[in-house]
Design a protein around this ligand. Sequence first.
Ligand code: MN
Length: 246
Amino acid sequence: MDLHCHLDLYQNPEKIIAEIVRRKIVVFSVTTTPSAFLKTKLMSDHAASIYTGIGLHPQIVSDRFHELDQISQYIGRADFVGEIGLDGGPEYKQSWSRQVEVFTQSIAASERVGGKVLSIHSRRATKHVLQILRDQSSASTPILHWFSGTHREMQEAIEAGCWFSVGPAMLIGNKGKALLKDMPMDRVLLETDGPFTRKSDSPYLPWDAIDICPQIIAEVWNKSQSLVVGRLANNLRTILERIRSQ
Ligand code: MN
């Protein structure tokens, strides 16, 4: 599985999609702007294991705020919502109030259609992301992608019902491993965030998540790799049931 991947931003999406189909991998194809949703969905419509999300990435809200209405317009055709969220970095400070509006409106749209799975960016903004989720989200299923907050914030996220998608780039570092250690086994999923994450000179590919992560997770949790793979498969099944039941 790769539950957070930007398929449309790879140089050769068709080739990667063909390989995903061949390997029968479940992929959540996130979009960063609503105007990219339909063509991204079309690219993989023939692939049953690829799910397409509608999103508006917080880092491009200043350029794409005018596309916000399209989230409500297309949400009925989306398998999930993402990439959405907040980025509290100083370089995005100027768009903060619009980021909050986009995130809030996206959750509201999800709630209106009965609650979708949400793939959420929360860099330097966990506190605000959780506050908005607690206030606005009840039927939706939030997955914090590449969580990078504190351990205390992670506890609050767990209490707020959040899931976590972790990937090779996050688990290379000690901070990512330390966070993983405290994540509940039944809330962890895999991702790559490709092609934004890279191994030496090439982007991570969707199958790298399952090829690389279980061994690291097994070490961090002090469990066998087969137990980890089994748990991850169960977690994926739960998330897919939520997608199908909505
Ligand atoms: Mn991403």
